[in-house]
Structure formats: structure tokens, C-alpha cells
Ligand binder design. Structure first.
Ligand code: SF4
Length: 326
């Protein structure tokens, strides 16, 4: 590990000052410390923000739910309002990482976590994300777990977060605070596709701090859930996953929200699936037809040609679970 200086921010102003000078924020530390040990990340200064007052989950005036950036994964998953209103969020968190990690890792840190591409974490391998311009070892290497959607010639790594898939499906908003004040950004615009600059992963400005993630109000009743397909049943990242939410009234689907994980360079919203569902009556045939749209535009790699079909089956199964098998 390279030498670094550590400072603990007493308040938000102190944190922002340190961030503006190039300090890296740290809260639970469950990603950054690993990457520093592996010398993938070498920050000069880390700024501990774990003491900031960003630990509240509360209903918003707009009828949604605001989850403070420092609420842990475990606290979020167990929160009565999250469980009652957005079970898809609780389920996505409970299927993530280990109990120990969920007790430490925060919501803000979770959506900031970096890819699990093994070449990214191997400092001897070529990786455009770690070292811009060096190449991408995964393109011709072992790429079974890599992305099939949103990829570029520069990078094919997946975003590893599960709860980010739920946030993408529900069209959440990220609240930010920076030297120039507060701003909000749609979750769909917060995480960046790699394009030719895979080292740029979020639409954050220098020194900006995530303060909360807000989930909008959605029509009730709303049924939702998360399905994760992986090589083993615990402490593993998704091969495919899906977050689905459906509002059915009078026997007709009035609103549908869907996104996929494990397949995209960012959590992958599924608008074609959503469009296929809205205005229709739930049925097994509808679930199958909608799921056919899930892998549109997919570009499989040598070792993950199974992913488009697995994705479609994942979405179909979860639509059946959430919407009912008829
Ligand atoms: Fe690096 Fe992305 Fe290629 Fe992985 S897929 S080696 S993260 S550039």
C-alpha cells in the first residue's frame, strides 16, 4: 500500500474543502481499502466522511423516499419504509455481498463501487479503466462475467452493484453537494458508459459528495422484487439480475419498471420491456413476449454468449414472480 494522509471531516464544510483539494472520500471503506491494498488506487489523501449527518431514511414531500448516503446497506434493507414501499430495494441489498460487508458499506459507497473485472484489479494487466490508453485485456481474455450491453472497444466491464439496478428501475435521483452547492441528477445519468473514457465512471464534479438517493413516489399498489442469477448462492456477483416493479389496476398493467444487472457496463434500464407491458393484462404469454425484448442490442463476447438468453429467462421468471403466473 502506498503512503497516504488521512483526515476525518468534522462537518460537511470540512469534507467539501478536503474534497476540493483532491481528497478521496471514504465511509465504510469496503471498496477503497481493498483497491488501495492492491495498489489499483493510490490516493494521496483520504477524507473520512463517516461522521457526517447523512444517516437518515425519510419520506419526502413528493411522496418518495430519501435514503441518506451514509445509511448502511443492512440498515436500508431492514428499514420498515423500504421494506413496505420498495421491497425490490431490500431484496437487492440482501442478495449482495456478505452480512459483514452489508453492515459496513453505505448506500453512497455502493453506487460508487468499481468493477470486479479481474484485469482491473491485476496491476500487471492492460486496463483502460485503471490506466487510460493501456488497452483492455478482457476483450481477448477471459470475459465470461463481462458486459454485453453498453460496451465499447475500450471497456466491457460490468457495474457490480445490485441496489443500483433497483435504483435504475425505479428511476431514482442522486442528491449531490459540491463547492458550488446542491444539485440533483437522474440515476440514469449518474453512472457513465465507458465509451472512449472508461476511467470516468460517474458524472461527479471535483469534490462533490453524494448526500442521498431519492426514490420517487410510484402509484400504489406496487409489487416489486429482485432476482439475481449467479454461480453460487451467496457472496457472489450477478451473471444476470433484474429488478421489476408493476402497478396493476383493474386487471391492467398501468405502470412497469424494469432494469437488469450483470449484463451492462451500467445498470441497464429495460424500456422496451416496460413499453411491452404497459396497457396489457398479466399473462404467461405477456411475460415471455416482454422478456424477449430484454437483450435487444446485446453484443456478447467470446465467453459470455449464454448471457442474452439467460437475461431473457431471468426477466421472464421475475415478471412471473412479481406479476403472477397465469
Ligand atoms: Fe479494464 Fe474494462 Fe478491460 Fe476490464 S473490461 S480490463 S476494466 S478496460
Amino acid at each position: 500500500m502506498h503512503p497516504f494522509s488521512y483526515t476525518r471531516a468534522a462537518d460537511t464544510r470540512e469534507a467539501l474543502d478536503a474534497g476540493r483539494r483532491g481528497g478521496r472520500y471514504i465511509a465504510g471503506g469496503t471498496t477503497l481499502v481493498d483497491l488501495m491494498r492492491e495498489t489499483v488506487e493510490r490516493p494521496e489523501t483520504i477524507v473520512d466522511i463517516s461522521g457526517l449527518p447523512l444517516r437518515e431514511v425519510r419520506a419526502t414531500e413528493r411522496g418518495g423516499l430519501r435514503i441518506g448516503a451514509l445509511v448502511t446497506m443492512a440498515e436500508t434493507a431492514a428499514h420498515p419504509k423500504v421494506r413496505a414501499l420498495y421491497p425490490v430495494v431490500s431484496e437487492s441489498l440482501e442478495l449482495s455481498a456478505s452480512a459483514q460487508l452489508r453492515n459496513m458499506a453505505t448506500i453512497g459507497g455502493n453506487i460508487m463501487q468499481r468493477t470486479r473485472c479481474t484485469y482491473f484489479r491485476d496491476v500487471t494487466a492492460d486496463c483502460n479503466k485503471r490506466q487510460p490508453g493501456s488497452g483492455c485485456a478482457a476483450l481477448k481474455g477471459h470475459n465470461r462475467t463481462h458486459a454485453i450491453l453498453g460496451t465499447s472497444d475500450a471497456c466491457v466491464a460490468t457495474h457490480p452493484s445490485d441496489v443500483a439496478v433497483a435504483f435504475a428501475a425505479l428511476e431514482a435521483t442522486v442528491h449531490l453537494l459540491g463547492p458550488d452547492g446542491e444539485r440533483r441528477i437522474a440515476f440514469a445519468d449518474f453512472l457513465l458508459r465507458p465509451g472512449s473514457t472508461p476511467h470516468r465512471e460517474q458524472a461527479l464534479r471535483q469534490g462533490e459528495l453524494i448526500t442521498a438517493v431519492e426514490i420517487p413516489a410510484l402509484p400504489r399498489p406496487l409489487k416489486s422484487g429482485y432476482l439475481k442469477v449467479r454461480d453460487r448462492q451467496s457472496y457472489e456477483f450477478a451473471l444476470t439480475s433484474t429488478a421489476v416493479a408493476l402497478h396493476v389496476r383493474g386487471g391492467v398493467i398501468r405502470e412497469a419498471k424494469a432494469a437488469a444487472g450483470g449484463v451492462g457496463t451500467v445498470p441497464w434500464k429495460l424500456p422496451a420491456v416496460e413499453r411491452h407491458l404497459v396497457g396489457e393484462r398479466p399473462s404467461a404469454a405477456l411475460w415471455a413476449a416482454a422478456a424477449e425484448k430484454a437483450a435487444e442490442g446485446a453484443r456478447p463476447l467470446q465467453h459470455n454468449r449464454f448471457k442474452p438468453e439467460l437475461l431473457k429467462r431471468t426477466v421472464e421468471r421475475q415478471l412471473r414472480v412479481v406479476g403472477g403466473a397465469k
